[in-house]
Design a binder for this molecule. Structure first.
Ligand code: SF4
Ligand code: SF4
Length: 358
C-alpha cells in the first residue's frame, strides 16, 4: 500500500485562539483542499459540537480563520453534524443548533450557518449501496450526501465502543443518519421494554413502516416489518424503546469503516480531514462532563486520507505516552481493527509520511 502524506503542526489548546486558529488554517493548506473548492460548491464542515456539559470539544474560536478562508472560496460552506441515535439535546435539529450556539458556534463568530445534516429529527438521508459485507448500504445524512465537498474536523479521543474515535469515526458514524447509526450500533431492530411502556400509542402513530403492533401482551415491534429507521427511539417519552447494542466492538469498527468508505466515495476529489490532538480524553465528546486529558496536547494533523491521519494520530499519542496504549487503559478494545479493515476495503493507507510544518 502506498504511503499517504500527513501534515502536522505542534499546538497547545492553551495558546491564544488567534495563534491556534492560524495553525488550523496552515495545517490544511498542503492538502490542497481549499484550492479545489468552487464558488457554487456546498461545503460541509463536519464537526461534533460537544454534548451539553462537555468541555473537551473543538472550540469555535479555533475555526474562525479557517471558516473565513473557506467562505471566501465557497460561500455555501456550512457547519454540520447529524442527530444522535439516543434521546437528548442533540437528537433533533432545533435543540442541537441551540446547543451548538451555546458552545460558541454562532454566525457572528464563524460567519457560517449550521445545517443539521439529517433533518429535523434524523430522518433525512441519501442511500449509497456497495458495502463490503458488513453493511448493504449506507444511510448518509441528507445535507452531507448532497454536498460537493467534505471537511472532517475530528477531536481524537478514546471511545467506549471503538476504542478510539477520529477521522474514520467522524466520517462513518458521524455522517450517518439515525437509521445509519442504528445500522452500525445494533445487531437487530429495537425492542420495547414492557415494564417501561405506558401503552400511550405514540410510537404506533409515528412508525413509518407500521411495524409496531398492539397485542394482548402489550406493544411490540414486528422485526419482519421494521426498517430500522430509529424513529421510535426518540418518539417514546418514557424510554421504553431500547436499542439492542452490538457488543462486538470489532464488528462495529468494521461497520463504521464501511460506512466511512461509502461516505468518502461521494467526494472523490474534494475531501480532507483535520484531527485535533488536543485534550485527548478517555471518552468522546458525547459525554456530558469535563474529562481529564490522558496526555498533554500534541497538535493538529491533516490529510486527504482518513486512515493515515488516524493512524498517525494514534502513533503520536502512544509516543507521547512513552509507548503506553492509553486508549486501551480506558477500554480494553483492539482499536487497530478499524485501521486494518479500512485499509483492506480501500478507504486509505496505514502507511504515511509525517510532514511537520513549522
Ligand atoms: S411510545 Fe413508548 S410508552 Fe408509548 S406505546 Fe410506544 S413504547 Fe409504549
Ligand atoms: S425502528 Fe422505525 S421501522 Fe422500526 S419499529 Fe421503530 S419506528 Fe418502526
Amino acid at each position: 500500500m502506498k504511503k499517504s502524506r500527513v501534515f502536522f503542526i505542534r499546538a497547545d489548546g492553551a495558546e491564544s485562539p488567534d495563534l491556534f486558529g492560524r495553525k488550523v488554517k496552515d495545517v490544511l493548506v498542503p492538502t490542497g483542499f481549499v484550492e479545489k473548492l468552487a464558488p457554487e460548491d456546498f461545503v460541509a464542515l463536519k464537526i461534533h459540537f460537544g454534548e451539553k456539559g462537555n468541555t473537551g470539544h473543538i472550540k469555535s474560536a479555533w475555526l474562525r480563520g479557517l471558516a473565513a478562508e473557506i467562505f471566501r472560496r465557497a460561500p455555501r460552506a456550512f457547519l454540520t453534524d447529524s442527530n444522535t441515535l439516543y434521546t437528548g439535546p442533540r437528537s433533533n435539529s432545533v435543540e442541537h443548533i441551540r446547543l451548538a450556539w451555546s458552545h460558541g458556534f454562532t454566525p457572528d463568530v464563524l460567519g457560517l450557518p449550521i445545517v443539521i445534516a439529517d433533518g429535523l429529527s434524523g430522518g433525512d438521508y441519501g442511500e449509497t449501496r456497495g458495502g463490503r459485507g458488513r453493511v448493504a448500504s449506507a444511510k448518509i445524512a441528507g445535507a452531507i450526501a448532497r454536498s460537493d465537498a467534505l471537511l472532517g474536523l475530528a477531536h481524537v479521543t478514546g471511545h467506549v465502543q471503538t476504542g478510539i474515535g477520529g477521522a474514520i469515526k467522524n466520517l462513518g458514524m458521524g455522517c450517518a443518519s439515525r437509521a445509519g447509526k442504528l445500522d452500525q450500533h445494533a445487531v437487530v431492530h429495537p425492542r420495547i421494554q414492557k415494564k417501561s411502556c405506558r401503552d400511550c400509542g405514540l410510537c404506533l402513530d409515528h412508525c413509518p413502516a407500521a411495524a409496531i403492533v398492539r397485542n394482548p401482551d402489550g406493544v411490540e415491534i414486528d422485526g419482519a416489518r421494521c426498517t430500522g429507521c430509529g424513529e421510535c427511539l426518540v418518539t417514546c417519552k418514557y424510554g421504553a424503546v431500547k436499542i439492542r447494542w452490538d457488543e462486538d466492538s470489532l464488528r462495529i469498527q468494521e461497520k463504521v469503516a464501511e460506512y466511512a468508505l461509502l461516505v468518502a466515495r461521494r467526494f472523490p476529489n474534494k475531501i480532507a480531514f483535520i484531527n485535533f490532538l488536543i485534550r485527548v480524553t478517555k471518552d468522546c465528546d458525547c459525554m456530558a462532563r469535563t474529562q481529564p486529558p490522558l496526555i498533554g496536547d500534541i497538535g493538529l494533523l491533516a490529510s486527504v486520507d482518513p486512515v493515515a491521519v488516524d493512524r498517525a494520530s494514534a502513533d503520536l499519542v502512544l509516543r507521547r505516552a512513552g509507548g503506553t496504549d492509553v486508549f486501551r487503559k480506558g477500554y480494553d478494545i483492539d482499536w487497530s481493527r478499524q485501521f486494518s479493515y479500512a485499509e483492506k476495503i480501500g478507504l486509505g493507507s496505514n502507511r504515511y509520511d509525517l510532514v511537520e510544518l513549522k
